[in-house]
Design a protein around this ligand. Sequence first.
Ligand SMILES: *[C@@H]1O[C@H](CO)[C@@H](O)[C@H](O)[C@H]1NC(C)=O
Ligand SMILES: *[C@@H]1O[C@H](CO)[C@@H](O)[C@H](O)[C@H]1NC(C)=O
Ligand SMILES: *[C@@H]1O[C@H](CO)[C@@H](O)[C@H](O)[C@H]1NC(C)=O
Ligand SMILES: *[C@@H]1O[C@H](CO)[C@@H](O)[C@H](O)[C@H]1NC(C)=O
Ligand SMILES: *[C@@H]1O[C@H](CO)[C@@H](O)[C@H](O)[C@H]1NC(C)=O
Ligand SMILES: *[C@@H]1O[C@H](CO)[C@@H](O)[C@H](O)[C@H]1NC(C)=O
Length: 321
Amino acid sequence: MKPSAGLSSRRCIPWQGLLLTALLFTFWNPPTSAHLTIESVPFIAAEGTQVLLLVHGLPEHLRLCSWYRGADIANSHRIATYEPATQKVTPSSAHSGRETIYPNGTLLIQNVTQEDGGFYTLLTINTFYQIQQALGQMHVYRILPKPFIISNNSKPVEGKDSVSLRCKPKIQNTTYLWWKNGENLPDSDDLKLSEHNSTLTLLHVTRDDIGPYECGTWNPLSANRSEPVTLNVLYGPDTPTIWPLSSYFHSGTSLSFSCDTASKPPAKFTWLFNGRILKSTHEFIIPKITKSDSGYYTCLVHNSATHLSRTTVKNIIVLGK
Ligand SMILES: *[C@@H]1O[C@H](CO)[C@@H](O)[C@H](O)[C@H]1NC(C)=O
Ligand SMILES: *[C@@H]1O[C@H](CO)[C@@H](O)[C@H](O)[C@H]1NC(C)=O
Ligand SMILES: *[C@@H]1O[C@H](CO)[C@@H](O)[C@H](O)[C@H]1NC(C)=O
Ligand SMILES: *[C@@H]1O[C@H](CO)[C@@H](O)[C@H](O)[C@H]1NC(C)=O
Ligand SMILES: *[C@@H]1O[C@H](CO)[C@@H](O)[C@H](O)[C@H]1NC(C)=O
Ligand SMILES: *[C@@H]1O[C@H](CO)[C@@H](O)[C@H](O)[C@H]1NC(C)=O
């Protein structure tokens, strides 16, 4: 198939018409011409910098060349057309104001954004109406700022709440990583990654989920890592333990009681003796016990945040002389 045969009789077709014709014949490449290629310099660019799409093997006797965004030649994706004869550059609808075509065909794009990343197509037509096409690609990434973690619950309750940790900002084409206690996330059904791994959900929070957590961001240009974040998980109180552990004591000795429990925030303690309130401290001393101090000592613990209470009862027997 030789499109030049039909076209060469009319040398003064406007370039818009030529491009339209080119659309019909883009599958056709003259076998004899030098290989037209595009090189992106740099290959990976940082947002805000400039990229050159260098043209190698530009055909001689160039009539015009047109740059397109994407891998397809469509009028709506045309950036600009350059005509060597007039040295005129005509911008088209895909021109953003940041693109320049040089006489050697090279396209300069300034202030690139991630949206500029992707494919670019160059179409050339020589004075014999021979058409050539080449595809180039450029990659644009952001220099990643320091990420930060936001939690959707500042006071999750053990056994009740799920917590979402989000690594911000969300930047496209970024790989997100998470660490717990400085190590890779453990394999667990209670941990779920979503939103391209930028969100970590802890499905059933327990006191083992306190952390600290860190998130990291990575792309081919840069990497960064957040400050560690610790979860303020509220839990307990657990069933309290009463000290002393033994039950038998001689009268006249001194007896000190104490009660322990794990709780966050710290539990409120109440001691009862045979069902009557005795003290509201976690420990107390009876300096000289007598037989009448025998009985049931209850330690009641209460967590005002989880609204849970637990008790332990201890039977104390005071032996006579
Ligand atoms: C084309 O011209 C531009 C601007 O003068 C230059 O930076 C670029 O290196 C040239 N391209 C080639 C392939 O030589
Ligand atoms: C590139 O960005 C800088 C700073 O934002 C601006 O001053 C300059 O005009 C921009 N250049 C183009 C070609 O848009
Ligand atoms: C992380 O980002 C901050 C600014 O947001 C920057 O100062 C720092 O150098 C970055 N760290 C790395 C390892 O790139
Ligand atoms: C936080 O996110 C988790 C998971 O999406 C959800 O189950 C929970 O209800 C959220 N908590 C709050 C306080 O919005
Ligand atoms: C970057 O993200 C955009 C949109 O999600 C995608 O079209 C493009 O291919 C990505 N680029 C790279 C280099 O992964
Ligand atoms: C998300 O993380 C998992 C496990 O760490 C990994 O296998 C997967 O490829 C990641 N997905 C994305 C989109 O980065």
